[in-house]
Write a new protein. Structure first.
Length: 182
């Protein structure tokens, strides 16, 4: 009787359950936070929201999609690679949209750190995903580490950018009033 060869994805199941769950929870949390902040903030353009808040949800959803894709019981890895490659291509295209929205909005002047975390790091992560998708069938073990790193990087980018945006709103938009001495 011939024994079935175990998929290299089996060892990654817990990893993708953890980061997929985190991404889903953080996506939901973003909806709650944006809803709460919407009533407190000054009127801002949709370009500002599209440049600095929406990408976080997209990155979290990408991590969720990667997790779901690599948790599926694939018989051959090229199927998963196809989905991951399309996901990476979509991510690179979305980074171009982020650049356009960031340049068009006029509510905030981005600094180098903003360009790094909103454009450069996500673009590297999505490009890594494209290359990994192409190589998944032929070099599964090392490529799965690259895909995992890409997913974690997108998760951290979303967390960093969400925190950065919320602290900016809390500190710059609503400064603490100084009380005079009596």
């Amino acid at each position: 009787m011939q024994e079935a060869v175990a998929s290299p994805l089996v060892g990654w199941a817990n990893f993708y359950v953890i980061i997929g769950s985190a991404a889903a929870a953080l996506t939901g949390l973003m909806f709650v936070v944006v809803t709460l902040v919407a009533g407190l903030r000054r009127r801002r353009s949709s370009e500002t929201l599209g440049a600095f808040a929406t990408p976080n949800v997209v990155h979290f959803c990408t991590v969720l999609l990667i997790s779901v894709t690599l948790s599926a019981p694939w018989h051959v890895l090229w199927n998963a690679g196809l989905i991951l490659g399309l996901c990476g291509l979509g991510g690179v295209a979305y980074v171009v949209i982020i650049i356009r929205r960031t340049r068009r909005q006029d509510s905030y002047e981005p600094v180098m750190e903003d360009w790094l975390w909103h454009v450069v790091i996500p673009c590297i992560s999505y490009m890594t995903l494209i290359v990994a998708a192409v190589l998944l069938s032929s070099h599964a073990v090392p490529v799965l580490f690259c895909i995992g790193a890409s997913a974690i990087l997108l998760l951290f980018v979303g967390i960093h950018n969400a925190w950065d945006t919320l602290t900016y709103i809390a500190i710059e938009q609503y400064p603490v009033e100084q009380k005079g001495q009596d």
